[in-house]
Design a protein around this ligand. Structure first.
Ligand SMILES: Nc1ncnc2c1ncn2[C@@H]1O[C@H](COP(=O)(O)OP(=O)(O)OP(=O)(O)O)[C@@H](O)[C@H]1O
Ligand SMILES: [Mg+2]
Length: 1002
């Protein structure tokens, strides 16, 4: 009732808003009439005129006012141009296919254009021509000269739309560009320089990360600001893609994996486990046959633990009684009181696999199998007690103790690596399937996106998993990677001054758009009534029955020459269907991750009489299928969904491939109890009851509107869960986002700075007093540590201070800071006076950028660890988000301080020119020099400069100076804990990763 009232109110509010826009549409049409007599050149001249006028307005808000004023006229110009192209039957090529322009904006499309200009989401049904709608606001907003972006879901659509709509922009005198995955930077820069640029969200996002996180000069940056963006398929991009952030990673510095070494053993282990599980399943079957339901359920639960995708298990899960018995066994074991029993149960297997959390764990048996001589090889030693023991051993000298500890440490490291490798291999074997989660291409493991079926070349699973899969497939094992830069899609789009979106399916998510993005949704009515028939779902017990039914349906349509589009959720399902069709000798095309080269061609043919097209649901979005001759009379395109997707919107998008622009068309989904959605989200339970009541037999199907509801309830549940996950990601990323903004701004200021010396001096001005305070304890009651200060100064700067010269005791902390600042600046002036000025500027920028990049990457790593770590604290009744925010802030403050210290540290250790540096050294007081010349060149300086020389000898110089005897007193605190990799299991033996346990960033 409430929702009904809400809908009424919402509906009428929306209707009111849309109604208010109708007069504008009328006005545009009148202007369009007036423009008819103009020559092409006169029409085009308006573009240049407006551009000049807008360029004369300096402030963005004033430009926006102007845009609002000229909107009706500008839209009319675009519509008029479209009319001219139509009248001339203008022909051109889109994605290498011939095309004739035949569109003039409808009134509803004008309305949609206004909605987009006003930074809202326009919901316009599938096939209503949103591609054309976008031309209106893109043209208008591009007139500012600040660039306008159109964001699509894949490279094919970006290219299609840029080439298609490009004809219109070009006619009007605007340039249009298109970003594609394989473009080099200079090509990208040209595309961004165009008035209007099309591209995918990930290309835009990655370019942002590369520009702001990696480029070291303006020339290396490709983007030019974030003015106005329209996100096509906005629900897909801001909602579905929002769960995984964009990550740029590079090879990690060290790699010590042994995946290839362990592979044969793990392979055997998996085989043994499978045999064991099959035996258990047979025993279970016997128990069930003897009517011992409980024993059967227990045995099958064990199978589920050990081999969640066991065939017999899946089959038994179809039987309502057995399924209940298995569920019951599972539920009872997860009670707290039965923890030990569960543990014992797990120990009967070689290892356990958790499908939902993606975890794999070895049992005692498994460990013994892998290393019969020493099952402890897979348990981490108690390093802390061992170290204590060594420390307390009076027979050992200090040196021997160090030696012994290093040895123990190495053994422990090797063990940790081993455990990690094996658990990743187990996951690779038991949870990752070829042609589902990944494909093999050119001897590489390429991840397949689970939603679109698209390959994601260049992306890698983290934490060694990718390598484990590489080992499993016997392809080249690449190095492990580390995050270099990352941003979530949401935060990328927040960069735009003005953001709008369009899609056929936004309304169900209107609340989320409003809450998270402050984007309102306006539903624009269709130009003509939709004629699509959506039939009830057909539901089967097993996949096999389901697929057989699908094949029969295809056969039927095929015989009457009606085109069919079959949507699948995975590449594997596509290929299965394709094989089945081949057996039936039905010719068909497959559109999936593996063959996207011919995508456009396949799509172009999909509406021809008698064509059968199988596609992963990537074709579910944006693809435009035109009907061939005679197809309208046969009922238009028939869409068959072979599985309900997790989200309702994706299903609707698939249906939306037919019945476009008032065409006829129909759609139906086929569902089985073995589908993931049904298995994992409880839909099967309710269905099972219904099925029992109906007494469903083999091969029989169910069909009823109520059942559609049941499936949709399961979908809603998943949607809700995913919404929470997204909100969570965003809450956490907000913290990162603020930090990223500060760091990227600093970075860009450095790149842009004409006088980087100023930035260097700012660092000196801020960092030196902070360090002085640390030593002289201005805020504490401690004794001032003059020796420490002296040591720091003399190992960081070539000042050659002595106790007598410095006279620290005679000044306050502030005065000492001032004293040092002057001396440091003076020394720096002297050092750089010997170098070439432009080279010095580059070097100065480089010193800052280098410090930012190195420490920011470390920081990202630590933030990852923190984020995983705070979840564990959730158990201690603390809100992980608050914990995360507090600690992230502290870490950030520390990061900024570290960056400054690193800059100071490198100030006198880098030079743009060796000769100049030697000149500088020659001017230093003789006692500072002794026989120390700069050491050999190393790699951490800008490569475009000739042989830069970091001077590691500086410390040595200082230690040989007068401060030498005092220096020794202030050695840095030695690490008391052993060094453990952050991703390795914690040496305390908790079984958690080090970073989540003792190594938690506190
Ligand atoms: N004003 C128009 N006159 C004639 N045909 C049009 C017009 N606008 C759009 N079309 C046609 O409608 C079809 C669908 O257009 P388009 O692919 O842009 O739809 P869409 O709204 O983006 O759909 P989807 O939600 O599936 O992405 C195209 O074939 C296009 O040529
Ligand atoms: Mg579209």
């Amino acid at each position: 009732m409430v929702s009904w009232i809400l809908k009424k109110i919402l509906g009428s509010k929306n209707q009111r808003e849309i109604k208010r826009l109708m007069p504008i549409a009328r006005q545009i049409n009148e202007l369009d009439e007036q423009f008819k007599p103009l020559s092409d050149d006169d029409l085009r001249a308006k573009t240049a005129e407006w551009k000049t006028q807008l360029a004369a307005i300096p402030e963005l808000p004033d430009q926006w006012k102007k845009l609002d004023e000229i909107l009706p006229e500008a839209f009319a110009v675009v519509k008029n141009a479209a009319r001219r192209l139509t009248e001339r039957q203008h022909t051109f090529e889109v994605c290498d296919q011939p095309m004739t322009w035949n569109m003039v904006h409808f009134d509803v499309q004008l309305v949609g254009g206004v909605v987009l200009h006003r930074a809202r989401i326009a919901e316009m049904a599938t096939g209503e021509g949103k591609t054309l709608v976008a031309t209106l606001p893109l043209y208008l907003n591009a007139l500012t000269g600040r660039g306008a972006h159109l964001v699509t879901v894949n490279d094919y659509l970006a290219r299609r739309d840029a080439e298609w709509m490009g004809e219109l922009y070009k006619f009007l005198g605007l340039t249009v560009g298109c970003i594609q995955h394989d473009q080099p930077p200079d090509v990208r820069r040209e595309q961004y320089a165009c008035d209007i640029t099309y591209g995918t969200n990930s290309e835009f996002g990655f370019d942002y990360l590369r520009d702001n996180g990696m480029a070291t000069t303006r020339e290396q940056q490709v983007q030019r600001g974030y003015n106005y963006a329209i996100v096509d398929e906005v629900d897909s991009i801001l909602i579905d893609e929002a769960r995984t952030p964009l990550i740029i990673s590079g090879p990690a510095t060290v790699s010590t994996h042994q995946y290839d070494k362990w592979k044969p053993l793990v392979e055997q282990l998996v085989r043994k486990q499978n045999m064991l599980c099959n035996r258990l399943a047979s025993e279970a079957k016997e128990a069930f046959d003897k009517n011992d339901i409980e024993a059967g359920g227990l045995l099958m639960f064990k199978v589920k633990l050990g081999q969640p995708r066991n065939k017999q298990l899946l089959r038994m899960m179809e039987d309502p009684e057995k399924r209940r018995a298995i569920d019951k066994a599972e539920l009872s074991f997860y009670q707290d009181t039965r923890k030990e029993e569960l543990f014992a149960l797990k120990e009967e297997l070689f290892f356990t696999i958790d499908e939902k959390s993606n975890e794999a764990d070895l049992s005692e048996q498994g460990r013994t199998f892998l290393n019969p001589d020493d099952p402890d090889a897979f348990v981490l030693p108690d390093l802390i007690s061992e170290f204590t023991e060594i420390d307390l051993n009076p027979a050992l000298s200090n040196e021997e103790k160090e030696q012994a500890k290093t040895e123990r440490q190495q053994i422990c490291d090797a063990q940790a690596e081993r455990i990690h490798n094996i658990s990743q291999l187990l996951r690779a074997y038991c949870l990752f399937e070829k042609d589902v989660q990944y494909v093999i291409e050119e001897n590489k493991v390429v991840i397949v996106d689970e939603y679109t079926g698209r390959k994601m070349p260049g992306r890698r699973w983290s934490d060694g998993l990718h390598q484990a899969v590489e080992a499993k497939e016997g392809v080249q094992i690449d190095r492990e990677t580390q995050t270099l830069a990352t941003i979530t899609i949401q935060n990328y789009f927040r960069l735009y001054h003005k953001l709008a979106g369009m899609t056929g399916t936004a309304e169900t998510e209107a609340a989320e758009f409003h809450d998270i993005y402050t984007l309102d949704v306006n539903v624009v009515p269709t130009n003509r009534p939709v004629r699509r028939a959506d039939y009830n779902d057909r539901i089967y017990k097993t996949r096999r029955e389901k697929y057989n039914a699908v094949i029969n349906e295809i056969k039927e349509s095929h015989t009457k020459a009606q085109p069919v589009l079959v949507g699948t959720v995975s590449v594997e399902a596509s290929e299965l269907l394709s094989r089945m069709l081949k057996r039936e000798k039905i010719p068909h095309n497959v559109l999936n991750a593996k063959f996207h080269m011919q995508e456009a061609e396949i799509v172009a043919r999909a509406g021809q009489p008698g064509t059968v097209t199988i596609s992963t649901n990537m074709a579910g979005r944006g693809t435009d299928i035109k009907l061939g001759p005679g197809v309208t009379e046969k009922g238009g395109l028939m869409v068959i969904g072979t599985e309900r997707h997790e989200s309702r919107r994706i299903d609707r998008q698939l249906r939306g491939r037919c019945a476009r622009q008032g065409d006829p068309g129909s759609s139906r989904f086929y569902v089985s109890f073995e589908d993931d959605l049904m298995r994992n989200f409880g839909a099967a339970d309710r269905m099972t009851k219904i099925m029992e009541r109906f007494g469903l037999e083999e091969g029989q199907e169910l069909e009823h509107p109520w059942l559609n509801k049941s499936v949709e309830t399961a979908q809603k549940r998943v949607e809700q869960r995913n919404y929470l996950a997204r909100k969570r990601t965003l809450d956490f990323d907000d913290v990162m986002n603020n930090q990223r903004e500060v760091v990227y701004t600093y970075r860009n200021d450095t790149i842009d700075s004409e006088e980087p010396r100023k930035l260097i001096y700012e660092v000196i001005d801020e960092a030196v007093p902070a360090r002085v305070k640390e030593y002289l304890g201005a805020e504490r009651d401690e004794e001032p540590n003059y020796t420490g200060l002296m040591h720091w100064v003399n190992t960081t700067f070539p000042l050659g201070l002595t106790t007598e010269k410095a006279q620290f005791e005679t000044r306050t902390a502030d005065e000492n800071a001032q004293f040092l600042i002057e001396k440091i600046k003076d020394a720096y002036e002297r050092k750089s006076s010997h170098e070439e000025p432009t080279a010095v500027k580059s070097l100065e920028r480089y010193i800052i950028l280098n410090a930012i990049d190195r420490l920011w990457q470390e920081h990202l790593y630590a933030m990852d660890a923190l984020r995983e770590g705070v979840y564990l604290r959730g158990y201690a009744q603390k809100d992980p988000l608050i914990e995360y925010k507090t600690e992230a802030y502290e870490m950030f403050v520390e990061l900024m301080a570290n960056i400054k210290n690193e800059v100071l540290h490198n100030l006198f250790r880098s030079t743009s020119n060796l000769q100049a540096f030697e000149n500088f050294l020659a001017t230093l007081p003789q006692f500072l020099l002794r026989e120390h010349a700069p050491i050999a060149p190393t790699a951490n300086a800008p490569s475009r400069m000739r042989e830069p020389q970091p001077v590691g000898a500086m410390a040595a110089i200082a230690e040989n100076g007068d401060g030498a005897s005092e220096v020794k007193l202030d050695l840095p605190v030695r690490r008391a804990m052993p060094k453990v990799g952050r991703n390795e299991p914690c040496p305390c033996g908790s079984g958690k990763k080090y970073k989540n346990c003792c190594g938690r960033v506190a």
